[in-house]
Ligand binder design. Structure first.
Ligand SMILES: *[C@@H]1O[C@H](CO)[C@@H](O)[C@H](O)[C@H]1NC(C)=O
Length: 314
C-alpha cells in the first residue's frame, strides 16, 4: 500500500521532481533510520503546502500515522531530519512538537504545538544568509514530560515574495516516544492551522528589498533554560558553548541562547569544588546554542564543537 502510494505520487509529480524537497529521514543520535520509517509519508511527493487554513499544515498532505513507526528517545537526545535534496528556497526552518493524548500514531496534530528551534537568517550589513542544508540537527528538550509526541520540521520558502508569490511550507512529522522527561509544560503554544498568518512580517517580507531584520513566524521558541527547566550543574565550562554564544546567530533567536548560556557559565564558575553530576556517552550532544543539558563527556571522549548549534562527545 505504501509502495503503491509513493509510486502513484511520483508519477503524478514527475515534472516537479527537481523543484522541491522533503524531509524524509530521521536520525536519533548517530543512528540514521530508513526513509519514512519514523516520519509520516506524505502523498504529494516533495511539494509544499500553501493554504494557511489547511490541516495539511500539520504534517503535510496525506501523511497519517498509519504505517508509521514510533521511535523511542530519551529526553535531551539529539535528532536529525535529512532531506531528499537540500533546502534551496530561502526562508526559515523551524522544529515544533505536540504531545499526543495517546499513541503518536493515533494523533492528528490538532492539539497544542510548541516550537523548539528556529534556523533564521544571519545578517551582515545588507547581506542576509539562510541556513539551507541537507539535514538539520537539534535536541529534544530535556525538561518536557515523557510520552508520545509528533516532532515536526518546517521549511518556509519565502523566495517568491508575497502577495505576488505564495510562501511555501515544506513539512514532515516524525513520531517519537520520549522517556526520562521532566515536569515542565512547554509554552507558548499555538494551533496548526492558526499559527501562521497572512499578516506575519516573516511571511510577507520581501527578502530581496531592504531586508535587514527578520522574525520567524509562529510562537516564540520554547527552551528548558528559559522555561523553568533545570540546567545541568557541571564543573567544566564548555569553550564551544561560550564561543557560540558570543557569535551572532539569528537576531530573532539569539536572546534565549545568551540567557541560558550565561546561567550555565555562572554555575560552572561558582561550583568549583563539586563533582560532575553527569557524564555523557560518546556521540551524545554536549553543547551548542541553546543547549542546557550536560556538558561533560564520560572518560574516553571529549566535547568537540561541530558547529555553532552542536557540540558532541567524540
Ligand atoms: C523588522 O523590524 C521592524 C521594526 O521592529 C518590524 O516592524 C518588522 O516587522 C520587522 N520585519 C520582519 C520581516 O520581521
Amino acid at each position: 500500500m505504501k509502495g503503491f502510494t509513493s509510486i502513484a505520487a511520483l508519477s503524478l509529480a514527475v515534472s516537479s521532481v527537481s523543484a522541491h524537497f522533503i524531509f524524509q529521514q530521521l536520525s536519533v543520535g548517530a543512528t540514521k533510520y530508513d526513509v519514512f520509517k519514523y516520519i509520516r509519508q506524505n502523498s504529494n511527493y516533495n511539494s509544499p503546502v500553501t493554504d494557511l487554513a489547511s490541516n495539511d499544515l500539520r504534517c503535510n498532505v496525506g501523511a497519517s500515522g498509519t504505517g508509521t513507526a514510533t521511535v523511542s528517545v530519551v529526553a535531551g537526545s539529539q535528532f536529525t531530519f535529512t532531506l531528499d535534496t537540500p533546502v534551496y528556497h530561502q526562508g526559515p526552518v523551524s522544529v515544533y512538537m505536540s504531545k499526543a493524548p495517546g499513541a503518536a500514531s493515533d494523533y492528528d496534530g490538532s492539539g497544542a504545538w510548541f516550537k523548539i528551534y528556529d534556523w533564521g537568517p544571519t545578517f551582515s550589513g545588507s547581506t542576509s544568509t539562510w541556513n539551507m542544508a541537507g539535514s538539520y540537527t537539534f535536541t529534544i528538550p530535556s525538561c518536557i514530560p515523557s510520552g508520545d509526541y509528533l516532532l515536526r520540521i518546517q521549511a518556509l520558502g519565502i523566495h517568491n515574495p508575497w502577495p505576488a508569490g505564495i510562501p511555501q511550507f515544506y513539512i514532515s512529522c516524525a513520531q517519537i516516544s520520549i522517556a526520562s522527561g521532566g515536569n515542565t509544560t512547554p509554552s507558548p503554544t499555538a494551533l496548526i492551522p492558526g499559527a501562521f498568518k497572512e499578516t506575519d512580517p516573516g511571511y510577507t517580507v520581501n527578502i530581496y528589498s531592504n531586508f535587514l531584520n527578520y522574525t520567524v513566524p509562529g510562537p516564540a521558541v520554547f527552551s528548558c533554560g528559559s522555561g523553568g527547566g533545570s540546567p545541568a550543574v557541571t564543573t567544566t565550562p564548555t569553550p564551544a558553548t561560550t564561543t557560540a554564544a558570543g557569535t551572532t546567530t539569528s537576531k530573532a533567536v539569539s536572546t534565549t541562547f545568551k540567557t541560558s548560556t550565561t546561567s550555565t557559565l555562572t554555575t560552572a564558575k561558582t561550583s568549583t569544588t563539586s563533582v560532575s553530576t553527569c557524564a555523557l556517552a560518546k556521540y551524545a550532544q554536549c553543547g551548542g546554542s541553546g543547549w542546557t543539558g550536560c556538558t561533560v563527556c564520560a572518560s574516553g571522549s571529549t566535547c568537540q564543537k561541530t558547529n555553532e548549534y552542536y557540540s558532541q562527545c567524540l
